[in-house]
Write a new protein. Structure first.
Lengths: 152, 138
């Protein structure tokens, strides 16, 4: 499945090596769709919580804004990771790895520290955190791959 | 190959099915009481509880099989398997929502399991066999 480091085609003395990681790209593509689903679910869950549970002043808007900020961070993270992986540059992958720290903290906030934690919250955010963790591993591996000397 | 909308649709329906199965693990109590008589002993409850736990675990295992086949790329671009999988899992999610919120008796779970978890998993494994032994891949 992985096409990293294998010469694909040989024409007229030029060897083309694809070092972009396919599993990493599949994960990023699916994570984009999963996050859209996750975002929609979280907003609907906040609507439900607002209707049924008592909240202190200004807590609910802060949590909703946090989910929106998380969406922004996630969009940037996935964008830079995909660009970095497809163009085989380290910079994009490094930016996405750095952005995955606030993304993980946001997921942890939804699991542990928000005012009311529902079971759905725990499961949804845990799947999101698992995605981020897997992408961290693949990101580091592909970063090492890109950092090697360019093969001729 | 052009990626059509069926790949994310299949992924999201499978994930939704997994999420609702995990929720059922925590909330199966009322469903078990629905399929017991009004007076029941602890051992009767325990046997039904074990039955539900087995059903839910096997359901999660079948989801795992399908996710491996899907994310591993074996059946990701096969139109028939994807369509069947989307239809079955979307149906399962809706049926399990009713199961959860309307407190359906626990014996109903086995119909949902048979038609919406086992059927796509069996065809998925037939796809694996076809790809592995008969070179029927794309």
């Amino acid at each position: 499945m992985a096409t990293t480091g294998q010469p694909q085609r040989q024409n007229k003395g030029r060897v083309q090596v694809v070092r972009s990681s396919l599993p990493y790209q599949v994960l990023l593509y699916l994570n984009g769709w999963y996050f859209a689903f996750f975002f929609l679910c979280e907003i609907l869950i906040y609507v439900y919580k607002n209707e049924t549970l008592p909240y202190a002043d200004n807590v609910l808007p802060a949590e909703v804004i946090l989910v929106f900020i998380l969406a922004g961070i996630e969009a940037l993270r996935l964008f830079f990771a995909q660009k970095g992986n497809l163009t085989e540059r380290i910079v994009g992958v490094v930016i996405s790895i750095l952005l995955s720290i606030p993304a993980v903290l946001g997921a942890l906030y939804l699991i542990l520290w928000q005012t009311y934690v529902l079971r759905v919250d725990v499961i949804l955010a845990a799947i999101q955190a698992a995605f981020i963790g897997l992408e961290l591993v693949f990101g580091i591996v592909s970063m090492i791959n890109f950092a090697r000397a360019t093969p001729y | 190959m052009r990626i059509s909308g069926i790949v994310p649709a299949r992924f999201l329906t499978i994930v939704a099915h997994v999420i609702i199965l995990i929720i059922l693990f925590w909330a199966k109590d009322d469903n078990i009481k629905q399929c017991l008589p009004s007076t029941y002993t602890q051992s009767e409850y325990d046997s039904k509880d074990t039955e539900m736990i087995i059903g839910l675990s096997v359901g999660l295992g079948l989801m795992l099989i399908e996710l491996i086949g899907f994310i591993g790329g074996i059946s990701m671009f096969m139109p028939f398997q994807s369509m069947l999988s989307v239809a079955c899992h979307a149906g399962a999610v809706i049926a399990l929502f009713f199961f959860l919120f309307e407190f359906w008796p626990c014996s109903y779970y086995w119909y949902i399991f048979g038609f919406c978890s086992a059927l796509p998993a069996v065809t998925e494994m037939m796809v694996w066999l076809g790809v592995g032994f008969f070179h029927k891949g794309l």
